[in-house]
Design a protein around this ligand. Structure first.
Ligand SMILES: [Zn+2]
Length: 60
């Protein structure tokens, strides 16, 4: 874990306008990443990162 991963910081999910999460539909705050709650956003970004890594692997 590093500071390169700001989405892992729960404090970042406590500001912003109230919205409903695009994933689980619970109420959350609209963050820098969009209307995603902490759990959904981490899952989403990890999935994106894995996809990105596998793309990098295949292009080697
Ligand atoms: Zn959610």
């Amino acid at each position: 874990m590093s500071t390169e991963e700001p989405w892992r910081d729960p404090e970042r999910y406590k500001t912003g306008k109230l919205a409903s999460c695009l994933g689980c539909k619970r109420s959350c705050r609209k963050t820098h990443w969009g209307a995603w709650c902490y759990d959904c956003n981490i899952e989403r970004i990890e999935r994106i990162n894995k996809t990105f890594e596998s793309l990098m692997e295949t292009s080697k």
